[in-house]
Design a protein around this ligand. Structure first.
Ligand SMILES: [Zn+2]
Length: 123
C-alpha cells in the first residue's frame, strides 16, 4: 500500500529531524504535495494515525496542503494552471490549450509533482 509506505517514510524523516533538536514528541507535521503527486490525503492521514497511535506521537497532527498545478508554455512563456481544487481540474489543465498562444503540447510542469515535508513542530 503506497500511502502506508509514504506515511512510514514521512514519520521516520520527522523523527530524525526532531532528534537533532533533542525533541521526542511530534505535535504537527505539514506535508505539501502537488496536484499530480498522486497522493490520497485521507488514506495518508489514516495510515499516519495508525502508525502514531500508541507511540509518543499519538497527538501529532498531520497537515496536508495541496499545491495547485502550474504550467508554463515553452513557446510563449505564459504560465497558467487549474481552475479549481480537484484533481480532475489538474488533469484538465494538463490537456488544455495555452491561453497565450493556443499551443496544446509541450507544457512544462512548474509545480504539481512535488511532495515535501515543509514544517514540523515537536517538544
Ligand atoms: Zn503559449
Amino acid at each position: 500500500m503506497h500511502e502506508m509506505a509514504l506515511a512510514q517514510s514521512l514519520l521516520s524523516m520527522a523523527e530524525e529531524e526532531i532528534a537533532r533538536c533533542s525533541c521526542s514528541r511530534l505535535l504537527m507535521v505539514r506535508v505539501e504535495y502537488g496536484a499530480l503527486a498522486g497522493l490520497m490525503p485521507e488514506a495518508l492521514r489514516c495510515c499516519f494515525e495508525m502508525l502514531t497511535s500508541g507511540t509518543p506521537h499519538a497527538q501529532a497532527r498531520l497537515e496536508l496542503v495541496r499545491l495547485p498545478l502550474r504550467l508554463r508554455c515553452p513557446f510563449c512563456g505564459t504560465t497558467f494552471g487549474e481552475d479549481g481544487e480537484e484533481d480532475s481540474d489538474a488533469r484538465n489543465a494538463l490537456a488544455a490549450h495555452c491561453p497565450g498562444c493556443g499551443e496544446l503540447f509541450g507544457h512544462i510542469v512548474e509545480q504539481g509533482k512535488e511532495m515535501l515535508l515543509s514544517r514540523i513542530e515537536a517538544v
